[in-house]
Design a protein around this ligand. Structure first.
Ligand SMILES: [Zn+2]
Ligand SMILES: [Zn+2]
Length: 267
């Protein structure tokens, strides 16, 4: 059976500084779930666990847990998660203790758009350095002490890896510089630990050839037996439709099947 888009595991609310939208509330997320027939939705606001030193400016767990308890609606499972980050030393900003309290956590290896916070300023235009940091951060996640069954690797081909959405060509250069074998060994370990891989790609800026080079990464993940979940990364109500369509296009492009779906819940 074809992979059903019945969930969204990457959604921000007004508690994320980059949203700051009074309309983006748990109630509004629940309404979105209802409108799109989603069965499972997860809040993933940005945070850095207070128990882990090395925070470079994110709010703590205390901040994002303000929404608890989440409103519920029959037929929809609404879970509490978060998007943590990693610093220049590739420290993962969440402890096992806090992770145990949460339903789901996403970790981005691609937040390399913060000069001197996640990447050295002199490395900003250096494709090799960016590729190295990307793999180093991924490696750090694999080596962390975390409940991997409820961890997802967020937007692995996001343009933030190249420093921003206006640097798409540079993003392709960086990803192209990483050989298949490197991705194979990293995804094999990701799969072995039971982590999910996020499908969250804005397909619109890419020509078919460039999109194919983005898809290479997910095709290797699939080949390694990884499981996938979708995320819109919505920051505002207007992002839901856009993100939903992108997810549908990715499911088709990768020909994802239902048995490839990541399910961190009901275990
Ligand atoms: Zn992110
Ligand atoms: Zn996000």
């Amino acid at each position: 059976m074809k992979f059903q888009l019945d969930h969204d595991f990457h959604i921000h609310t007004q508690l994320s500084g980059c949203s700051n939208d009074p309309e983006q509330t748990p109630q509004r997320v629940l309404q979105y779930a209802k409108e799109y027939g989603l069965k499972t939705v997860v809040l993933t606001d940005h945070f850095w666990d207070e128990l882990v030193p090395g925070n470079f400016g994110w709010p703590g767990y205390e901040h994002i847990s303000k929404w608890l308890p989440l409103p519920q609606e029959e037929g929809i499972s609404f879970y509490f998660g978060g998007e943590c980050d990693m610093n220049m030393a590739a420290t993962v900003g969440i402890s096992r203790k806090t992770a145990e309290k949460m339903d789901f956590i996403i970790i981005p290896t691609t937040h390399l758009h913060f000069p001197d916070r996640t990447i050295a300023a002199e490395e900003y235009d250096d494709a090799d350095a960016r590729a190295r940091r990307y793999i180093e951060r991924w490696e750090a996640v694999l080596n962390a002490d975390l409940p991997f069954h409820k961890i997802g690797l967020a937007h692995m081909t996001c343009p933030l890896l190249s420093g921003g959405y206006d640097r798409i060509d540079f993003l392709i250069d960086i990803l192209d510089s990483i050989p298949d074998d490197t991705f194979k060994s990293m995804f094999a370990r990701t799969e072995k630990l039971g982590m999910g891989v996020e499908i969250n790609v804005d397909t619109n800026p890419y020509t078919p050839d460039r999109l194919e080079r983005i898809l290479r990464i997910y095709r290797i993940a699939a080949e390694c037996g990884c499981h996938f979940y979708c995320g819109t990364d919505a920051h505002h109500p207007r992002d839901f439709e856009y993100g939903h369509q992108n997810c549908l296009r990715m499911i088709d492009a990768l020909d994802l099947q239902e048995e490839q779906k990541f399910n961190p819940f009901n275990r």
